[in-house]
Every structure is written in structure tokens, then in C-alpha cells.
Design a protein around this ligand. Structure first.
Ligand code: DC
Length: 221
């Protein structure tokens, strides 16, 4: 099996790019952030204190998170309910980042992620894929962009949906989330030693996709 790991901060374009790379190569695209988001959704729905690590550990025993692939598209199931449409909200992303520091939650999800990558050729994106989840991935990419550019992209997305928002507040949120993801004790967001750095600030989606495919071809050659 071929494993391609893509890590990087929020809003760097990982999912858009990973999806395209997976499609071109005929691999599964695995979005690990969605699994943390599904767990976070459970805690939010049940009004559980996200900072209480003992409670999170106990409660996480009641949760099953499962990925199913329908027509090649990842669907996330939380206790057998398809929650894909509920996990994209900003508040769920923020809560996911808070609970992602919890060792019990990380180890539960790690097992599922490794199992999928063992059985399938995947493009997997997240924060710790190249460093922890798939240390032997054949291709590792660290995809980033400036916080200004990431905020601008997010702003454009929201405006296109007709939402009113403040670009400076979006950038502040991005910087806060980067800080939390890069400075937690377990599996912080970090560029793996053997990862290729791609800064997409001034690149198109096609250029980034092509750069990753070229990396893959170079290991096959
Ligand atoms: O990529 P995303 O925005 O969907 O991820 C949401 C949060 O989940 C992110 O801020 C941190 C956490 N996460 C993680 O800790 N490890 C991963 N492999 C993926 C996501």
C-alpha cells in the first residue's frame, strides 16, 4: 500500500489538495480532522466540559467514530449516525482542537487511522500524520501558507456563502488555533524531518496538486 501524509495548519488547503491527489491516483482520501470533529460534536451536543480530561476519557468510551467510503467520499459516523453535515461549523473545529490534546481520544483515533492505511493506499491529512500516525509513509508533505493568505481564503469562502464576517477576526482565530495545535504536549503539529515543505501562499490549487504528484512519481521512479 502507498501512504501519502499531508500535514499542516488550519486553512492551508490540505483537504482540497488531498482530495485531488487521491482522485488522480485512485487512492482513498482520509480526512482525520473530521474524526476529531465528530468526537467534539458529541461532547458539544451533550454539554460536556471540553477541558475536563478525565470526563472526556470516560465519555469517549461511549463513542464510536467510524469512517465509511461511499462513492469514494468519506462519510463520518458518530454512534452510527452520519454526521458529515454537522461537523464543518467553526465552533466544532475549535472544540476539535481543544479535545485533540486528550491522550485517550488520540489513541482511539490513531488505531482507526492506522488500520485504514494498512488496508488501503491513502492520502491522509491532519496534524500528526507524518510524525505519528504513518511514520513510514512513502510521501510526506507539510503544507502551509501565511496566516494572512489563509484568512483571505476563508473570508472569500464565507462571503461566497453570503455570510458577513471580519477578515481580521478570522486571522486571529487562525493564529490561535495554530498555537494550540503546535504547542500541545502530545502529537503537536510539526513538520516531519523527512517531509517536503510546500508553502501554497502564492501557488494555485493545480500547482500544489502537481507538486505532490511529482513527489509521488519521484519515489516510484
Ligand atoms: O483539519 P481540521 O480543521 O478539520 O481539524 C480540526 C482539529 O482537529 C484541529 O484543529 C486539531 C485536531 N486534529 C488533530 O489534532 N490531529 C489530526 N490529525 C487532525 C486534526
Amino acid at each position: 500500500m502507498i501512504n501519502i501524509a499531508i500535514d499542516g495548519p488550519a486553512g492551508a488547503g490540505k483537504s482540497t489538495i488531498a482530495k485531488r491527489v487521491a482522485k488522480q491516483l485512485g487512492f482513498l482520501y482520509v480526512d482525520t480532522g473530521a474524526m476529531f470533529r465528530a468526537m467534539a460534536l458529541y461532547f458539544l451536543r451533550n454539554h460536556i466540559d471540553l477541558e475536563n480530561s478525565e470526563l472526556l476519557k470516560n465519555e469517549s468510551g461511549k463513542i464510536t467514530v467510524e469512517l465509511r467510503f461511499e462513492g469514494g467520499e468519506q462519510q463520518v459516523f458518530l454512534n452510527d449516525e452520519n454526521v458529515n453535515q454537522y461537523i464543518r461549523e467553526e465552533k466544532v473545529g475549535k472544540a476539535a482542537s481543544v479535545i485533540a490534546v486528550n491522550p485517550a481520544i488520540r489513541s482511539r483515533l490513531l488505531e482507526i487511522q492506522q488500520e485504514i492505511a494498512k488496508k488501503n493506499s491513502v492520502v491522509m491529512d491532519g496534524r500528526d500524520i507524518g510524525t505519528c500516525v504513518l511514520p513510514n509513509a512513502q510521501v510526506k508533505i507539510y503544507l502551509t501558507a501565511s496566516s494572512k493568505e489563509r484568512a483571505r481564503r476563508r473570508y472569500e469562502e464565507l462571503v461566497a456563502k453570503g455570510e458577513v464576517c471580519d477578515i481580521n477576526a478570522i486571522e486571529e482565530d487562525i493564529i490561535k488555533r495554530d498555537y494550540a495545535d503546535m504547542n500541545r504536549e502530545i502529537s503537536p503539529l510539526r513538520q516531519a524531518k523527512d517531509a517536503v515543505l510546500i508553502d501554497s501562499s502564492a501557488m494555485t490549487i493545480e500547482e500544489v496538486t502537481d507538486a505532490i504528484i511529482a513527489q509521488y512519481r519521484s519515489i516510484k521512479a
